[in-house]
Design a protein around this ligand. Structure first.
Ligand code: ATP
Ligand code: MG
Ligand code: FE
Length: 342
């Protein structure tokens, strides 16, 4: 009962294979970051073309990886031995999604197995099940990625109450924009988080927006402007910018708000479990802070594997595996849906 899953919503072409018990047998990610970095962000047209170029090779590599993981001699695992093919249907860049959806349909049709459509945001949530298979609703989930910032009350699997979202930039987007303003490169998250390791989070007082109890909305554009203004003022005054202090203070401003809203949501709903997902969940300071501060209050905190936070197909495979068990299949006439939500 093997499921092969494909993820192509943005700038990663990823394929994973999982068995019925949730053991990952293959987890291939081909990233296009180098092709987009010189533009300072993802160029949709380039993303679609790169997906087309590499997808066959990534699927082959995943089939080979699974073959050796299973210790099979002889020829590689054939698509006919799969039980289903899962694919990210949305949200994301439409031209990028179309490549994965079309390929998945072809593969499933040829193999004579069902097609399973997966919501990318649900994938970021289910990444938590790769470390904590017994995670059970009700719980509070923070999604912090390149395109989304959401605080969600997961009442049951599939029953989501979105408590609040960002009014402007996503958290990952804010990391990328701050790194860009500093001329540090793309993507900004890993760069800022490395710099922050040796910085003082109290060095610079940046604003915490919408920081009132009961308000679960987020806003990051004011913080981004405050960082840019700070850089301009220091430069104009002829003072050198201490990058680690700036990075650590920026992170503190973002993560303080994330922590307080998550804590308030836990108190208000009475949920005793918390988890986090999306590219920013790879940030070691955010992970450690939630584990420590919420843990102290008796909340069980789950984080995904560090390499399953940014886009990957392992999380898509985990959703597809559960849908296979429930017989939740897609029709072969589905389209990519760039605007899917939770
Ligand atoms: P979405 O999932 O909303 O559709 P996406 O798939 O483009 O968006 P992800 O791959 O989930 O986004 O996350 C990418 C984002 O994560 C980027 O903005 C990147 O800067 C950020 N990121 C990655 N690593 C870190 C880190 N260590 N600290 C902070 N941010 C990080
Ligand atoms: Mg990406
Ligand atoms: Fe994502």
């Amino acid at each position: 009962r093997l499921v092969l899953a494909i993820e192509s919503s943005c700038d990663e072409t990823a394929v994973a294979i999982i068995d019925a018990e949730g053991n990952l047998l293959a987890n291939q990610v081909s990233t296009q970051i180098d092709f987009h970095a010189r533009f300072g962000g993802v160029v949709p047209e380039i993303a679609s073309r790169k997906h087309v170029e590499v997808i066959v090779g990534v699927v082959d590599a995943a089939l080979e990886e699974a073959t050796s993981a299973l210790g099979l001699g002889g020829g590689a695992l054939a698509p006919g031995e799969l039980a289903a093919v899962g694919v990210t249907q949305g949200p994301g860049l439409v031209g990028a999604l179309v490549v994965g959806v079309a390929f998945a349909k072809g593969l499933a049709w040829a193999a004579g197995v069902p097609l399973i459509a997966v919501n990318h945001l649900e994938g970021h949530l289910y990444a938590n099940l790769l470390t904590t298979p017994d995670l059970k609703p009700p719980f509070i989930f923070t999604l912090v990625s390149g395109g989304h910032t959401m605080l969600v009350h997961v009442k049951a699997w599939g029953a989501y109450e979105v408590l609040g979202e960002t009014l402007d930039d996503a958290v990952g987007e804010a990391f990328d924009k701050v790194a860009k303003a500093l001329g540090l490169g793309y993507p900004g998250g890993p760069i800022i988080s490395r710099l922050a390791e040796t910085g003082n989070p109290h060095a610079i007082e940046f604003p915490r927006a919408l920081n009132r109890k009961g308000d679960y909305r987020f806003s990051l554009s004011g913080l981004k402007t405050a960082v840019v203004t700070y850089i301009e003022q220091e430069t104009a005054a002829g003072r050198a910018i201490h990058l680690p202090d700036l990075a650590a203070s920026f992170e503190a401003a973002v993560f303080d708000v994330q922590y307080k809203k998550a804590r308030n949501a836990l108190r208000e709903t009475g949920a005793r479990e918390y988890c986090i997902g999306g590219g920013v969940a790879a940030n070691p300071h955010l992970r450690a802070m939630m584990i420590k501060k919420l843990g102290r209050q008796g909340i069980r905190v789950t984080v995904p594997p560090q390499n399953a936070c940014t886009d990957n197909a392992a999380m898509i495979a985990e959703v597809a595996r559960r849908k296979l068990a429930e017989g939740d299949f897609a029709c072969f006439d589905i389209d990519a849906d760039p605007n899917m939500t939770l």
